[in-house]
Ligand binder design. Structure first.
Ligand code: 8YV
Length: 315
């Protein structure tokens, strides 16, 4: 059987690349010195696209592949895939939900703890000799007993809330409707109201055109000078300009961010701030989870080309 031709948008670890190369004819878009020329040359042969959550596949890429049947996303977020362009041509789309949920939730909670207890500065305090020279490290605010707001109580938001309840935080959440599985937590439909109640506001929404900048100036200012915003979803869920202004003027206490507009480049204003914890979009970045994500990417492609049901379909 001839191997189906797949356009590979971003790199994968060897443990994924080797089996992908065995089963498919992979065309490495990310290695092309002239991406447009490369697409032109291979587009007509391409039956599938393998991409990453943050890279997706835009309309131009989809249109350059007239025989495209399926897009397999390495990531739960598929906001960077042009779903409308896929719908118009009946192109199937898959993602990698569930396998990454716990790791993403873990990183979100870890970011909150690290940032609240000043652990990055405390590490430097030990290493640079300040402990010996200046004495005790400055006191920090307590975490337990405070209120965490979870904006988006989907799979990841739920796991974040569960963990936070274990740390004796009070939980409030916002979503399109109250959830049966969250009876112990308070439902607050308005994000500004949720932010007002929250010492820590976790942004755990699946990103879409509708959620763009849902965390706007009003939400940010409602979290306030003592509060913290933690984002483990997508940068587009927050108005980054408003966030920067609030952090710079201390109208927001602090932030812990795993995602940025234009990442991996980020607005240099972030680097000037000492009230923000910066992480390189690695919430799903454990060996175990990434291996499970890679397997799902392959298994979805294999299922499609074998005429079987997709394991984790989006479209
Ligand atoms: C990335 C993610 O896909 O799951 C998502 O939506 O953003 C991440 O898991 C990951 O960085 C791999 O590209």
């Amino acid at each position: 059987m001839t191997k189906p031709d797949i356009l590979q948008v971003g790199p994968y670890p060897d443990w994924d690349q080797v089996p992908l190369d065995e089963t498919f004819n992979m065309h490495k878009y990310f290695e092309a010195s002239d991406p447009a020329g490369f697409l032109n040359a291979v587009g007509a042969t391409v039956k599938g696209i393998a991409t990453r959550g943050e890279l997706g596949a835009n309309r131009a890429m989809i249109e350059a592949c007239p025989n495209l049947e399926v897009i397999s996303v390495y990531g739960v977020g598929f906001d960077a895939v042009d779903l409308q362009a896929c719908r118009e041509r009946g192109i199937r789309v898959t993602n990698t939900p569930d396998v990454l949920t716990n790791d993403v939730a873990d990183l979100g909670v870890a970011m909150m703890l690290v940032q609240s207890r000043g652990m990055i500065g405390a590490e430097a305090w030990v290493r640079d000799g300040s402990w010996q020279e200046k004495g005790l490290y400055p006191l920090q605010s307590r975490v337990w007993g405070k209120t965490a707001g979870v904006l988006g109580l989907g799979r990841i938001g739920f796991e974040v809330a569960k963990r936070l309840a274990g740390f004796d935080l009070k939980i409030a959440y916002s979503d399109v409707s109250a959830k049966d599985y969250a009876r112990d937590w308070s439902f607050v439909s308005d994000p500004v109201e949720l932010a007002r109640k929250s010492d820590f506001l976790f942004v755990t929404l699946a990103a879409s055109a509708e959620t763009r900048h849902i965390v706007n100036k009003d939400v940010i200012e409602a979290v306030g000078p003592q509060g913290m915003i933690i984002n483990i979803s997508r940068a587009s869920n927050i108005d980054e300009e408003a966030l920067l202004e609030a952090l710079e003027s201390n109208r927001l206490g602090s932030a812990a961010l795993d995602v940025f507009e234009g990442e991996p480049a980020l607005n240099p204003r972030f680097l000037e701030l000492n009230n923000v914890l910066l992480q390189p979009h690695h919430a799903s970045g454990t060996f175990e989870t990434r291996k499970a994500m890679g397997k799902l990417v392959r298994d979805n492609l294999k299922a499609h080309f074998a005429g079987q049901d997709l394991l984790t379909p989006v479209l």
